[in-house]
Design a protein around this ligand. Structure first.
Ligand code: CDP
Length: 316
């Protein structure tokens, strides 16, 4: 058992506001959480009018036309014309149900999940979103769960772990079995130019192997409007992190949004012991692009307003 210290030590990563955010989080988290329906409805309708994630977050044959031009959200000078070939990779309709889902969990990859025993609680949600093809092997299941309705994949993982799908593709296809049948695999295919070919290869690989995973692509226009939305809330970051993108989309899709694994600090909020950056490794986040502590601060505000619920404690 780790002895309790008096207060949280300074985090080892350089972040000038982190100590303050950590203390604030501990204070807010010591109070009971209650959903505040008005605040939730209000925030959700702002997202629905300004970003329209429900209709637009995913490219479909219904919301995009052959011949239309998409502007890459990460490279504004680059655009692509939707050819019939690219169009044929889009699903006919939105992959989400028309009815608002009841409970959604967005699982971030933070080291705070280690030994959390949150697996069962996470898996009890109706719709579970995970980020960046995280490992869900037996060793992790008790703490992070296994059920997955939607998982995102950053093309950098496809490059680093699966040779950009230029050679043997079976290891990639086998890795997808972890997430179960009919899972949605969401890729930012039109965020940067180099994302497009590897995302299309992902679609073709899954089609060729005949597995039930459904590949879908982010609409860059949605990502752009979401970046503007969060900027208007005070966020100054080059890129939004996958976690805040998925939490935002979940708020449009679900009545109750619970976040797990969101804690971009190197000390545990209760035990004050050191944490790895991810529950499965200690690879650091590129602070040049993302501002996870600032994002966390905004999510903490939503938690305190009863819009969504952050989980920072153990589940049992
Ligand atoms: O691809 P990206 O760097 O955005 O994310 P990741 O490291 O694979 O983790 C997925 C998401 O979990 C992030 O986008 C963050 O929102 C969240 N996260 C966190 O809040 N705290 C951490 N220590 C690590 C990840």
């Amino acid at each position: 058992k780790i002895p309790q210290k008096k207060g949280p030590p300074e985090p080892s990563n350089p972040c000038k506001d982190c100590g303050e955010i950590i203390n604030k989080a501990i204070e807010i988290y010591s109070h009971d959480w209650k959903k505040q329906e008005d605040n939730y409805q209000n925030f959700r309708s702002q997202l629905r009018t300004r970003c329209r994630g429900f209709e637009k977050a995913i490219l479909t044959q219904a919301n995009t036309q052959v011949g239309s031009k998409l502007v890459y959200d990460g490279e504004k000078k680059r655009s692509i014309k939707i050819t019939p070939e690219i169009f044929s990779t889009f699903p006919k309709e939105l992959p989400f149900s028309n009815k608002t889902l009841n409970t959604c969990a967005v699982v971030g990859n933070g080291g705070i999940l280690v030994n959390s025993s949150c697996g069962e609680t996470i898996d009890s949600n109706q719709f579970i979103i995970r980020c960046n093809l995280p490992p869900l092997s037996n060793a992790y299941q008790k703490h992070v769960g296994i059920k997955t309705e939607l998982v995102t994949a950053n093309p950098s993982i496809l490059f680093e772990k699966y040779g950009a799908l230029m050679g043997r593709r079976r290891p990639f296809v086998e890795s997808l079995h972890t997430y179960g049948a009919n899972t949605l695999l969401l890729l930012p295919a039109f965020s940067y130019g180099h994302n497009t070919p590897v995302s299309l290869r992902t679609y073709y690989t899954i089609e060729d192997f005949g597995i039930s995973t459904r590949t879908i692509f982010f609409n860059p226009e949605y990502l752009q409007s979401l970046a503007l939305f969060w900027r208007s809330q005070g966020l100054r970051a080059v890129r939004l992190s996958t976690g805040i993108i998925m939490a935002s989309l979940a708020l449009e899709l679900c009545s109750n949004v619970d976040l797990y694994g969101f804690w971009p600090f190197s000390v545990h909020p209760h035990g004050f012991h050191a944490l790895t950056n991810h529950y499965y490794d200690n690879r650091q986040t590129k602070t040049k692009f993302h501002a996870m502590p600032a994002e966390f601060d905004l999510l903490l505000k939503l938690h305190s307003q009863g819009v969504l619920r952050l989980h920072l404690g153990d589940c049992k």
